[in-house]
Write a protein that binds this ligand. Structure first.
Ligand code: ADP
Length: 272
């Protein structure tokens, strides 16, 4: 890819400053266009599989569906499942593209984090009774972080869902949270498959899966962690992973503590 450029002028006058500023803008635009076009390539690639599967089942239905109740039943079920999968994929791609506007839309939102963690802990215990889930909170009850509640919830659910999906033998999850002077630190640890070192730096890229077939079997599309990273970073937080194959993974997220608001003036207190 070659970027368009305006030749820089040698003198340090206003015009050369303008051209360099303009070139800077062109670079930025080019990077944006590159990112958009690789997004479109990735998306088309990812949609190809479900579309092909769906097409296969519709062809079966068309040929034998009228006479063979078994084909009718199975292919209809499989088609619906594939459509469901595409629906999730499209929703997640929308989430990812909307994440660019977070800073302007949600920067002022705050969330009480210990309540949210307890809620997620209770929900996961209920949905996955075969898992032993532990919650270890080293936080006061009223701890606020600078992030929109739905977004933090979405990130935690992505990490918890993965912990469940990629733990086959030892079904155990440790959730914990503490804080330092600037951040709330949340950790979600599993004792499952783990992630090979070579893949660790890529798992936050969109559509990246260590094992495509396995992830697809479990309903995955490789977008979860890229959404989690984009959301957390939009709020100036950080998400990292430590993992070892065969013994499990720990995903850590640091979310900025809410900026202490000035005491709002009491509306009954009018001193005029
Ligand atoms: P997916 O929909 O495939 O789960 P994600 O973006 O959430 O997509 O994760 C990307 C990949 O990272 C997964 O396909 C899986 O290979 C790996 N991964 C994520 N979380 C874990 C985990 N807790 N343990 C092992 N592997 C994981």
């Amino acid at each position: 890819n070659t970027t368009m450029r305006i030749p820089e002028l040698s003198s340090g006058d206003e015009l050369s400053e303008l051209t360099s500023e303009f070139n800077h803008m062109l670079d930025k635009t080019q990077r944006f266009v590159d990112a958009q076009s690789s997004f479109v390539t990735d998306v088309s690639h990812e949609l190809r599989t479900p579309v092909a599967v769906l097409e296969g089942h519709l062809q079966l239905l068309n040929r034998w569906g009228k006479d063979d109740p078994e084909v009718l039943d199975e292919s209809l079920k499989a088609s619906l499942q594939e459509l469901q999968r595409m629906k999730y994929l499209i929703q997640e791609m929308l989430d990812l593209s909307k994440a660019d506007q977070i800073e302007e839309l949600y920067a002022h939102e705050t969330t009480e984090v210990s309540g949210l963690l307890k809620e997620i802990y209770n929900n996961f215990k209920m949905i996955h009774p075969d898992f032993s889930i532990v919650l270890d909170l080293d936080l006061e009850d009223e701890t606020y972080v600078q992030i929109y509640r739905n977004h933090l919830e979405q990130v935690l659910i992505i990490l918890m869902d993965n912990a469940v999906k990629y733990s086959e033998k030892r079904k155990e999850i440790h959730m914990s949270a503490s804080k330092d002077s600037r951040f709330v630190n949340i950790a979600i640890q599993d004792f499952g498959a783990g992630i090979p070192e070579a893949d660790r730096k890529n798992i936050f890229d969109r559509f990246y899966r260590v094992d495509k077939a396995r992830s697809r079997d479990k309903g995955g599309n490789g977008l979860g962690l890229s959404i989690a990273k984009k959301l957390i970073e939009s709020y100036h937080g950080e998400i990292t992973v430590e993992s070892s194959v065969g013994s499990g993974s720990i995903f850590r997220i640091d979310v900025p503590l809410a900026i202490q608001k000035e005491e709002a003036p009491d509306p009954d207190d009018d001193n005029d």
